[in-house]
Write a protein of this length. Structure first.
Length: 199
């Protein structure tokens, strides 16, 4: 009995676009329910969609990925996952941008096996190396931005003059808390949250 076809598509963040990967995968005629798309860092293997897919894979199934770094960005993790999938679960893996790694291809001699193993190790190394380079550039950019006095992260919410004045009047005892809540049309819990945020 022929196994099922699955595909895993991953990008690292919400800003990145998975359209190119989807375009390549959809050409393969895989059931949409068996295509797992995720926006998550490849450095960790604690990913919701990836682990959902792992729980469905059985011996004889085929897993399609666009490239090795879609599995992950951790050298040891990639090798470990590859061996777990191919040797323990006995899943066939097909890598669209590197057919040399396709595990459904029979290898009869030691040299070809060595070449495939070395290719996997090299690509796993490149995947983590690239992640480290990206991380290093991000850290350098943050350091430069801080030196230049630029604010990083979400911009702080600006509060209206009315909110600031009412809170100030209440804090100084010019009005009661009930008057303050009425002026801002807030319940006690949301009023106190506003007070905390405007400190």
């Amino acid at each position: 009995m022929q196994g099922k076809k699955y595909a895993y598509i991953r990008v690292s963040s919400a800003e990145q676009n998975e359209a190119r990967q989807i375009k390549e995968i959809t050409k393969l005629g895989i059931n949409k329910n068996n295509i797992f798309i995720e926006k998550a860092s490849g450095k960790s293997f604690n990913r919701q969609k990836y682990n959902q897919m792992l729980n469905l894979l059985n011996a004889g199934d085929t897993l399609y990925i666009n490239s090795i770094d879609r599995i992950g960005r951790d050298y040891d993790g990639i090798i470990s996952e590859w061996n777990k999938l191919t040797k323990e679960t006995k899943v066939t893996i097909k890598v669209l941008d590197m057919p040399l790694l396709d595990t459904d291809k029979k290898i009869d001699n030691l040299l070809d096996r060595f070449l495939r193993d070395m290719t996997l190790l090299t690509l796993a190394f490149q995947a983590e190396q690239e992640w480290q380079n990206i991380k290093s550039r991000q850290e350098a950019g943050i350091a430069v931005a801080k030196e230049m006095g630029k604010h990083l992260g979400r911009p702080k919410k600006k509060y209206s003059d009315k909110e600031i004045k009412v809170i100030s009047d209440w804090q100084q005892g010019f009005i009661t808390i009930n008057e303050a809540m009425q002026k801002l049309n807030k319940k006690k819990s949301s009023f106190y949250r506003l007070v905390q945020k405007t400190k």
